[in-house]
Design a protein around this ligand. Structure first.
Ligand SMILES: Nc1nc2c(ncn2[C@@H]2O[C@H](COP(=O)(O)OP(=O)(O)OP(=O)(O)O)[C@@H](O)[C@H]2O)c(=O)[nH]1
Length: 298
């Protein structure tokens, strides 16, 4: 069998399940998932290399109406991704009604002229009857290359999805080495894990105006020493993050340490700091400095 390879952009509204799908495909955690919308900020690519195919996935941030500079950068990245891919996965939460956000996506998808797979996700939450109705309605909206009802959470129909995706990719060599699952450096992945803990632990109190930067990393045979900074926009957010008698920051640190230990198979010593940077989302230089660049890959 000839080798095939190609790029697949994963797009869809916030919370549709894009990151969960990517994780299910890669069977390892590369993109973070939380129940809050817009947690994905970068075009995190995951790479799946099998005996006959290399799939390079580009996970895009949820497309939404931009309110500030960060929002605009996110949207631009998503559009670039869908017009340059070999296949687009449009992930839709099948339990949610069709809305203006979908209409917006539909236009973008049509104008990209790339085969679109409609991925109706979260079917574990739907009755069959209801699913058939949802399917029928989507079919009327545009000519999809394929329609896949799946559950990213329970791994339902993922293998089949990959098989069919392969048939849309061209013959060609691997773009990346076999053992590479993400083109992001380790410090980025570590920062994402810490940011996920911040979002989980603080509930709605600390909004998405939070960034994490790993400033120092030293590794010995048995241990990894890490220093990371959590950047927030307001002093009030810093207070929440630190918490009463530093209980919150401690909880975040312990949760991050636990996951990092499992990921790196070494003891972790993590030091966390919180810094206030007023209005960082609106300063372009700052965005680049924090790793949210406009380029497709870093
Ligand atoms: N029941 C069910 N829940 C799912 C499924 N897929 C994802 N979810 C949940 O939906 C929520 C959002 O999933 P994410 O993967 O973070 O969504 P996303 O599209 O990457 O979101 P953004 O990063 O905001 O763009 C999480 O709570 C997931 O556990 C599914 O197939 N079934």
């Amino acid at each position: 069998m000839k080798y095939r390879s190609g790029f697949i952009a994963i797009v869809g509204r916030p919370n549709a399940g894009k990151s969960t799908l990517l994780n299910a495909i890669l069977k390892e955690k590369v993109a973070i998932t939380t129940p809050k919308p817009q947690t994905t900020r970068n075009n995190i690519s995951g790479i799946l290399t099998t005996e006959d195919t290399q799939y390079v996935f580009v996970d895009t941030p949820g497309i939404h109406k931009p309110k500030h500079e960060l929002g605009r950068t996110l949207n631009k990245n998503a559009y670039t991704a869908i017009s340059e891919a070999d296949v687009n996965f449009w992930v839709v939460d099948a339990t949610q009604p069709y809305g203006s956000g979908d209409e917006f996506m539909l236009e973008k998808m049509k104008s990209a002229h790339i085969p679109v797979f409609l991925i109706l996700n979260k079917i574990d939450l739907l009755e069959k009857e209801k699913l058939l109705k949802v399917l029928a309605r989507w079919q009327e909206r545009m000519e999809f290359a394929e329609i896949f009802p799946i559950s990213a959470l329970t791994n339902d129909n993922i293998e089949h999805l990959l098989e069919i995706t392969r048939s849309y990719l061209s013959e060609g060599p691997k773009f990346f080495p076999d053992d590479m699952i993400s083109d992001h450096g380790l410090s980025f992945q570590i920062a994402e894990i810490i940011r996920e803990k911040v979002l989980y632990k603080t509930n709605e109190e600390v909004p998405h105006s939070v960034a994490v930067v790993v400033e120092n990393m030293e590794e010995t045979d048995k241990k990894v020493y890490l220093q990371a900074v959590i950047v927030v926009e307001r002093i009030s957010q810093k207070a929440i993050l630190i918490g009463k008698q530093a209980a919150m920051i401690r909880a975040i640190r312990l949760a991050a340490q636990k996951e990092l230990k499992e990921k790196l198979h070494k003891k972790i010593e993590l030091e966390l700091y919180v810094r206030v940077e007023k209005n960082w989302r609106n300063r372009e230089g700052k965005l680049q400095q924090l790793g949210y660049s406009e380029k497709f890959d870093e």
